[in-house]
Design a binder for this molecule. Sequence first.
Ligand SMILES: Cc1cc2nc3c(=O)[nH]c(=O)nc-3n(C[C@H](O)[C@H](O)[C@H](O)COP(=O)(O)OP(=O)(O)OC[C@H]3O[C@@H](n4cnc5c(N)ncnc54)[C@H](O)[C@@H]3O)c2cc1C
Ligand code: FES
Ligand code: FES
Length: 479
Amino acid sequence: MISFILNNQTIQTSIPPGTTVLDFVRYHKHLVGTKIGCREGDCGACTVLVGEIKNGQLRYRSMTSCLMPLANAQGKHIVTIEGLNMEELSPVQQAIVEEGGTQCGFCTVGFVVSLTGFAMQGSDLLNLKDLVNLAVASIDGNICRCTGYKSLERAAEKIAGLLNFQSLVNLNTDGRLQWLVENKYLPHYFLEIKKRLEALSDNSFSKKQKNGNGTFVGGGTDLFVQKPEAMVDASIEAIFDKKELNKIYDKGGACYIGAAATATDIKESPFMQSIFPKLKQHIKLVSSTPIRNMGTLGGNLVNASPIGDLTIFFLALDSSIILNKNGNKRTLKLRHFYKAYKTLDKAPDEYIETIFFEIPDKKSHFNFEKICKRTHLDIASVNTACLLKMDGDIIREAHISAGGVGPIPKYLERSSAALKGQKINTGLIKKTAAIIQEEISPISDARGTEAYKRLLLRQLFFGHFLEMENSTLKLEKLV
Ligand SMILES: Cc1cc2nc3c(=O)[nH]c(=O)nc-3n(C[C@H](O)[C@H](O)[C@H](O)COP(=O)(O)OP(=O)(O)OC[C@H]3O[C@@H](n4cnc5c(N)ncnc54)[C@H](O)[C@@H]3O)c2cc1C
Ligand code: FES
Ligand code: FES
């Protein structure tokens, strides 16, 4: 039995846990405001808000219901457009109307839901420009075929302007919800949701399962694109909400991240931000807001895409993974996990529990670069990350990774070794760039020719050094 709240209604259902939330709301509950577009997480027409209690606060995130299995709705508040509608238009709906942000209307529901999610999320920003950027970023997973986007951007700006004042910034998540209800952004029933969620018995679907009994499902953003029909009746082992797989913590100088932590969890972790000052900038390059809210680190590693962004990020940290098979654990370097194209050193009933890496000291340099055809919602043509641990001006340890340049996410062993013990200078970078070219084996495909990918990686590798703080290197001297 899966229990959750759908808008204002408490749901208890025994329908298969692999049914998508989209199909449940449309075909079982006849809430047809949520639209079906691509069914691949690309268009945002099916966006819903998902509320859950985290650290004592009720927190909402936008997700694409076409890729979300019902199993992951357990204990949560799922909000569709019907659950946001009131007698009069909310300020979000009003702004979209006033700015001409709706034409055929097919995408409108998704935009309203995403922008309402932005209003609920809050931020510690008072600077209007930054808040506008956040509002616009909240609709990075929504596609509109009609408006040309400018009107929707203006609507986002208007909403950011309405929400930009001191008293709102100082409110915690619960206080913010209260304010949004009082100011008619949300219906009144939202004020009871926290209590109602607390009262929902924790018969968590995932808790009742025995490890190793079915397909491990994280956020579903890969599985429900690859094999949506098969997932409906599949035996599912939902790990998205396993508490022990969601933590990010420091132990003995290493950072541990549970495999079910999402890209957003990683991006918003103050601990991760303290290690990587450019973290938000880097993770923003991964997919879109709703997909980052769902896609887990474990899913990214096991998906084994040669261009998996988080995989490339953590390979360059020389991370290790802890695998668990019926309680028996083993530790493996992430770079040894990938054997051949989509072939892993992992038994089918073994799951990744945790990933960990030694926390680089403040003198280290870390950088992540990604080039793709579109800014948002696109997988990389080539991506790469680099960690340089320094002893004065000498590289004590170097780790470079690259995606899109071979059948697996690549740890560049020889190139990393070539940097070790050396002083950074133009000659060293050029010499290492040449070794990289020998280590990679890109192929020509829809994302670019072999020559283009080779050139991209060379430039991005230079970028790692040019991005270093106080770098005096000049690109024209490197090429
Ligand atoms: C629209 C869209 C855009 C995307 N953009 C990007 C992008 O820019 N960059 C990028 O890297 N990826 C992107 N992806 C791919 C995907 O979102 C990520 O790879 C994500 O991290 C997958 O995680 P998940 O939890 O959703 O995986 P799931 O679909 O839940 O699982 C994926 C695979 O991993 C297995 N699995 C999951 N967790 C574990 C575990 N802990 N142990 C063992 N096996 C496990 C599952 O059984 C399955 O085989 C995109 C996907 C979509 C739909
Ligand atoms: S239907 Fe397009 S993102 Fe879900
Ligand atoms: S208004 Fe038609 S798709 Fe956006």
